[in-house]
Ligand binder design. Sequence first.
Ligand code: F6P
Length: 319
Amino acid sequence: MKKIAVMTSGGDAPGMNAAIRAVVRYAVNNDMKVLGIRRGYAGLLDEDFIEMDFASVGGIMEKGGTILRSSRCPEFVRKETRAEAAKILVKHGVEGLVVIGGEGSLHGAMFLEEEQKVPVVGIPGTIDNDIALTDMSIGVDTCLNTVVDAIQKLKDTASSHERAFIVEVMGRSSGYIATVSGLVTGAEAIVIPEIPVNYEALGNKILRERERGKINCIVVVAEGAASAYTVARHLEHRIGYETRITILGHIQRGGSPTAFDRLLASRMGVAAVEFLKRGTSYVMTSLQGGKIVPAKLDEVLKQKKSLNMELVELTSLLS
Ligand code: F6P
């Protein structure tokens, strides 16, 4: 393979730059040319390209966001649009494509190969940790550290003022971010889409804690379960705490990636190029039991990653 292209697509995630760097440097070291596609699939259709060499990715590993920028491209659900994209790639001599992104972006990549025969390798990049067949996606660890740091700060104020904080975190339809951040900050409760919420039981639990002398209360709510406002409305009159709401929002997506995310991204970036070089495509780089292995894209995308319920049990056991 003489020339590959790389893009980041969908919501940005910390570590995407480290993945771009690894793709470009490993490809260049293997005598391949690399075309950077700006703004994801939208940029591909606009031919918004940049030639990338070894030096072009210097000093980017520690940066949040993505130097290639990103976008959501609803037009890419159309087969004709994907055919147009494939023609553009052929015109530019691209023989393989690396797509770094979440579920929607990986779907686009899967169809590009299935219908248009463009060899693709996906790299899971999303804070949500909702992609099946990989233990972790790039960005999850950094996001968790950001959320934990924020909740720790809120706990200070919660204790000083004897308040309850209802903290809403991202995750689309997954409760992973809420569960893990709730577990490791000792939150009183989590509200996640995987388990229907019982406000009466939740309120009673918080009341019991209060009666035992607890002076603060943190409830972490996954955006896919309910809004923090709804949860606050249900709890306020039951728990005897003055209540405040914090929606963490997009601060969860930014920031310098943790060592874990830089390492994962570097390993996955190298693996993606290695797969293409060996003729293995229609796969996603996947972290399984500490190893990076290829997982077939259709297998990845036909299933929903389920939340490890042991984590949920631990949260309620320890709080
Ligand atoms: O998939 C990442 C994510 O941050 C989700 O957690 C969230 O629901 C969504 O993207 C927000 O998307 P946008 O940045 O387009 O508002």
